[in-house]
Ligand binder design. Sequence first.
Ligand SMILES: Cc1cc2nc3c(=O)[nH]c(=O)nc-3n(C[C@H](O)[C@H](O)[C@H](O)COP(=O)(O)OP(=O)(O)OC[C@H]3O[C@@H](n4cnc5c(N)ncnc54)[C@H](O)[C@@H]3O)c2cc1C
Ligand code: SF4
Ligand code: SF4
Ligand code: SF4
Length: 398
Amino acid sequence: MKIFEARQNCCGCTACVQICPRGALSLWPDSEGFLYPVVDRSACVDCGLCRRVCAFQRDQKAKNSPENDSTINPLKVLAVKHRNIAIRGQSQSGGLFTLLSDPILSRGGVVYGAGFCPDWIVCHQRAETIEARDALRGSKYVQSDLGNTFQSVRDDLLQKREVLFSGTPCQIAALRSFLMMGKIDIKRLLLCDLVCHGVPSPMIWRDYLAWREQKTGQKIKNVVFRDSKRFGWHSGMGTILFANGLLEETGVFSHLFYGRLIHRPSCYACPYATPRRVSDVTMADYWGIERAHPDFSDNIGVSLALIHSDKGSQALSEASERMEVVESDIESCRQTQLRRPAAPSPHRAEFWANYTQKGFQDASKRYVAKTLARSRLNALVRRSETLSRLVQAFRRIV
Ligand SMILES: Cc1cc2nc3c(=O)[nH]c(=O)nc-3n(C[C@H](O)[C@H](O)[C@H](O)COP(=O)(O)OP(=O)(O)OC[C@H]3O[C@@H](n4cnc5c(N)ncnc54)[C@H](O)[C@@H]3O)c2cc1C
Ligand code: SF4
Ligand code: SF4
Ligand code: SF4
C-alpha cells in the first residue's frame, strides 16, 4: 500500500501515523535524514484513514484546480510590534507569537510550538507556563519532530482547554485535517502558521553540530539560528555558544540553508506559498517594511500578521494594549514565499551525492567554497559596475 507517490508529495507532517488506529505506520529517515511514513503490512487493515487525512497531497492537487482561487486575500494585513523592546529582542520578528499566546496562557490554556529537545534536536513541545512558552521563541531552521503532539492537542481540546498551535503551514493544515477527521470541536483552537521558506534536514543539522564540537573540543551551550541581537533583524546569520564561552557564527549551515540545498523535497513543491492559508493567523517577518511603512521600520524586528478568520481578529484585538500596529496591504508585504515555493539549488543533487559518498564535511566545504567564490565574484562585478557608473557621472560633470 502506497501513502504517497514521490518524496515531494510527503511533507512528513505525521498526521497519517498519528491517526492510524492499528499503529501500523512508523516514521523512518531516508538517505537525506527526512522522516517518511512506512507501513507494516501485517498490522494494516486497509481502512484508508491514512490516505484520507493527508492534507498535503490534497492541497498539492487542489493548488492548480479552478476552485482554488489563489487571489483570495487575508481579511486583514498588519505590521505589528510588541511594545516591550526586550521581548522583541528575544523574538524572531516583532513578538507576534508572544502577543497571541499570552492571553491563552493567562486563561489557563496550552501553547504548542517548536523548541529544543536534548542534543539541540528541534521538536514540538507543549507549554503551560510563560517560561515554557518563552523557550519556543526564535525560528529554528530545521524540520521539527512533531512526536505525538496532534494526539496531545486532541486530548487538550476534549478536556475543553484553550489551545494555540504554532508551526509551518503544512503542520497546521495537517493538524486541522487530523482533528476534523476525528470530529473534534476546534472552537477553542487558535492555529498560527508561518510564512515558510522550507525546512532543512535534521541529519545535516546534527552532522554540522557534531563537526563544530569536534573542531572546537567544546560542548555546545546555546544555539541561535538568526541572531538579530548581535547582527540586527535583517541579518540571516546565527551563532553557536560553546561551554568555554567561545561564540561562533553558523556560517556553513546558514549557507546551506539559504542556498536551498538541504530543504525537504516537498518544500520545493509546497502548496502553501500563497496568502491563502488554513490557519487563523499567519506570522512572518515584515520584509519591505522600510518601503511600505518607513516610520514603523527598525532593525529590532517587525512582524507581519495575516489574519484569516474572525478568531484570528479576536486574538489580535486581545493583544491590542501590548502592541503597536499599522494596517497594511498584501501587495506591500508580498515576499517571494507568498508567491511561489523555494526553487531547489542547481547543485542540490551534486551536494547530496557528495554527502552520501564522502560525508558532511567534504560536501559542505565544496559547496560553501563554490557559493563564496560566486558571491565574491558577484560583489566584484557589482563594485566594478558602481565604479564605472561613478566614472561616467564624473566625466559628465567635468
Ligand atoms: C523554517 C522557517 C522558515 C521561515 N521562513 C520565513 C520566510 O521565508 N519569511 C518570513 O517572513 N518568515 C519566515 N519564518 C517566520 C519568522 O522567522 C518568524 O518565526 C515569525 O515571524 C514569528 O516571529 P515572532 O517574533 O512572532 O515569534 P517568536 O517569538 O520568535 O516565535 C517563533 C515561532 O516560530 C515557531 N517555530 C520556530 N521554529 C520552527 C520550526 N522549525 N517549525 C515550526 N515552527 C517553528 C515557534 O513555534 C514559534 O511559534 C520562518 C520560520 C521558520 C521556522
Ligand atoms: S499525512 Fe503527512 S506524513 Fe503522511 S503521507 Fe501525508 S504528508 Fe506524508
Ligand atoms: S490503511 Fe488504516 S490501518 Fe492501514 S496504515 Fe493506513 S490507517 Fe493504518
Ligand atoms: S515549505 Fe511548505 S512543505 Fe516545506 S515546511 Fe514549509 S510549509 Fe511545509
